[in-house]
Design a protein. Structure first.
Length: 260
């Protein structure tokens, strides 16, 4: 199902009363089944954008369309995976995954069946009786992914979910995510600071400017999968994004200097 973002802007008022403009006229369309990465300078408003799409932040006058329906509040049709997995330490992995279904009133036997299927999808079917403290960071993120998938969303929002993982685990999780994405056909919007990650994962990469964030360019990645991380073609994509980020860094530094 197509997700359409139309002319989203967002401002905040600081504790000192200063108006801070975070997002300015953001518009893009995520076609069904596409893997969209969003990258930009630190603090430019990427997480704020995801929170608006998810319904956790009000979208203002313009909005979010999922198919033919306008979204203005949280919905199970959009799953959200945070930077750090939010698991209940007193619940087993199986019961963590089934929590959303429990809240929705799904019967116990169906809840268990669907939670087990979600754990199998993330290759943790043998760990259902484990507790969060007994598994690794990468496994916790897979549980978080299962928690999002079990309610069968149309779109997955992912806010730097692998940022805290070591390089080897991160690469493994990227490959695992792509397998799940290809199997489920979900639309994914993935925020990252990692240029290699964006180039490796994305069908297209939305490049945001420094705050207030605007879409400056969209980099298409016309490469087949599986992708070779070291290929000249992928390095060309990486170089294009790195050049953009360096230009934004310089622009941000110059604008600060000009205002002093």
């Amino acid at each position: 199902m197509e997700l359409k973002i139309t002319d989203i802007s967002k401002s905040f008022t600081s504790t000192t009363g200063e108006r801070i403009e975070a997002l300015r006229h953001i518009s893009f369309t995520a076609s069904e089944g596409r893997f969209i990465c969003i990258i930009g300078p630190s603090g430019c408003g990427k997480t704020t954008l995801l929170r608006i799409i998810s319904g956790l932040e009000p979208s203002g006058e313009n909005g979010i369309m999922l198919g033919e329906r306008e979204l203005n509040s949280p919905t199970n049709e959009i799953g959200y995976i945070f930077q750090e997995p939010t698991l209940f330490p007193w619940r087993t992995l199986l019961k963590n995954v089934g929590f959303g279904l429990e809240i929705a009133g799904v019967e116990k036997h169906l809840r268990r069946q669907r939670a087990m299927a979600a754990l199998e999808l993330v290759e943790l079917q043998d760990f259902g009786d484990f507790y969060p403290k007994e598994i690794s960071g990468g496994m916790k993120q897979r549980v978080a992914l299962a928690m999002a998938l079990v309610v069968e969303p149309k779109v997955l929002l992912m806010d730097e979910p692998f940022a805290s993982l070591d390089c080897q685990t991160r690469n493994h999780m990227q490959a695992a995510l792509l397998r799940i994405w290809e199997k489920t056909g979900k639309t994914v919007i993935f925020v990252t600071h990692n240029v290699e990650e964006a180039a490796f994962l994305g069908d297209e990469i939305i490049c945001l400017t420094s705050r207030p964030a605007q879409i400056k360019k969209v980099v298409k990645v016309p490469l087949s999968r599986p992708r070779d991380r070291t290929s000249p073609e992928l390095n060309t994509i990486r170089k294009e994004i790195l050049t953009f980020l360096e230009e934004e860094r310089k622009a941000g530094r110059l604008s600060v200097g000009a205002s002093d």
